[in-house]
Design a protein around this ligand. Structure first.
Ligand SMILES: [Ca+2]
Length: 153
């Protein structure tokens, strides 16, 4: 029953659409991600422009969203599934936000460019939000998230 309720909340959402606070174009998006990916050719952008929202709005969304409560199953419902699920729920609004999936060598997670045009890493298995600078500096975070090997937004 709890799983069914989680599923319903996931489909219909208990959160409202994050506020749109600006926009970003293709070139700006590429320029922000390129320094952090092994091969720039591995950046896949689906829109010419994206809407932006704030980290506060992202936090509100993450608090309402239930993806982080999913059960981890190695080679089953694992890191890639969590990241696809969170991107899916973040893609249900009328606006296409600059929110996507990234892979490092051994992990899949989410990324977002916020309304200050700063790049963030989001861990969909626990709702942690890190600036890209925090990821690069932290010896426990960097091997998990950096550098990116592929990005889809
Ligand atoms: Ca959550």
């Amino acid at each position: 029953m709890a799983n069914f309720i989680d599923w319903l909340i996931g489909i219909f959402g208990s959160s409202s659409q994050p506020s749109v606070i600006g926009a970003i174009n293709w070139d700006e998006t590429i320029n922000i991600i390129t320094p952090h990916i092994k091969k720039p050719s591995q950046i896949y952008l689906s829109d010419a422009t994206y809407s932006l929202t704030s980290v506060d709005e992202l936090r509100k969304f993450l608090n309402a969203d239930r993806t982080n409560y999913g059960k981890y199953e190695a080679e089953g419902h694992d890191c890639d599934n969590f990241s696809y699920q969170l991107m899916g729920y973040f893609s249900k609004w009328s606006y296409s936000f600059c929110f996507g999936i990234a892979w490092s060598k051994g992990h899949a997670f989410n990324i977002m460019i916020d309304s200050n045009k700063k790049l963030y890493v989001i861990e969909p298995q626990g709702d942690a939000i890190f600036t890209i600078e925090e990821v690069i500096k932290a010896s426990n975070l960097k091997p998990l998230y950096y550098p990116f090997e592929m990005v889809i937004i």
